[in-house]
Design a protein around this ligand. Sequence first.
Ligand SMILES: Nc1ncnc2c1ncn2[C@@H]1O[C@H](COP(=O)(O)OP(=O)(O)O)[C@@H](O)[C@H]1O
Ligand SMILES: [Mg+2]
Length: 241
Amino acid sequence: MSALLEVRDLQVAYGHIEAVQGIGFVVHAGEIRTLVGANGAGKSTTLLALSGLVRPKSGSIRFDGVDITRLPTHQIVERGLVQVAEGRAILTTLTVRENLELGAYRRHRGGQGRAAIASDLERVLALFPRLHERIDGLAGNLSGGEQQMLAIGRALLARPRLLLLDEPSMGLAPIIVQDIFRKLREINAEGLTVFLVEQNVRQALKIAQHGYVLETGRIVLDGSGAALLNDPKVLAAYMGG
Ligand SMILES: Nc1ncnc2c1ncn2[C@@H]1O[C@H](COP(=O)(O)OP(=O)(O)O)[C@@H](O)[C@H]1O
Ligand SMILES: [Mg+2]
């Protein structure tokens, strides 16, 4: 299987803080792959580097065979690498519909057909019926779980080929987290490749075919989701024994 995303020896520093210390990983087309780790491990920094939002000190990032390491963010997005940022970043004073339309902004500019965008919007609303019900309400009035769904829906409207998610479970009750992760599975079953960054190690490994464990900027374990779920080191460090 050829890798859709291939990261080699990625190093990122903020001044003297070596947030990511030479990591390598791949994501294959069609799978859900996860990078899990505690707060401060370097997960967000890794995703920011993939999207061109921080500049790596060294290393390379290849997406679909093309070196994107030094590309500006908008070109990375145009190639189909789309991120749902940590903390969701929806626009609370705009409506649900307006937030979703922002996801398709570049496609409008690129002259892509309104019909294609409208049909993608329909698919997103079918996937998230709660967003459909509240389509003309303010995004700020949505619950935390609904806001996360909106952030995912907005990313889907950019037509990703690889969807990056930074801790979609953050601040949500366990039952809502399960709901969100079920949706990720559905999206993946429709053919979208997913790279999920999570502190919720158990839930992430449950839905991922493959996972990496990140500790203070280094990948310390690498294996199938099922194998990592049963790994005594993972159980001890991330699941309370
Ligand atoms: N903008 C920043 N400036 C300085 N240090 C940062 C910045 N962002 C993150 N860090 C540090 O880099 C390390 C990794 O952070 P981060 O990638 O946010 O981890 P995670 O997403 O796994 O919680 C931490 O030590 C954090 O304090
Ligand atoms: Mg983070």
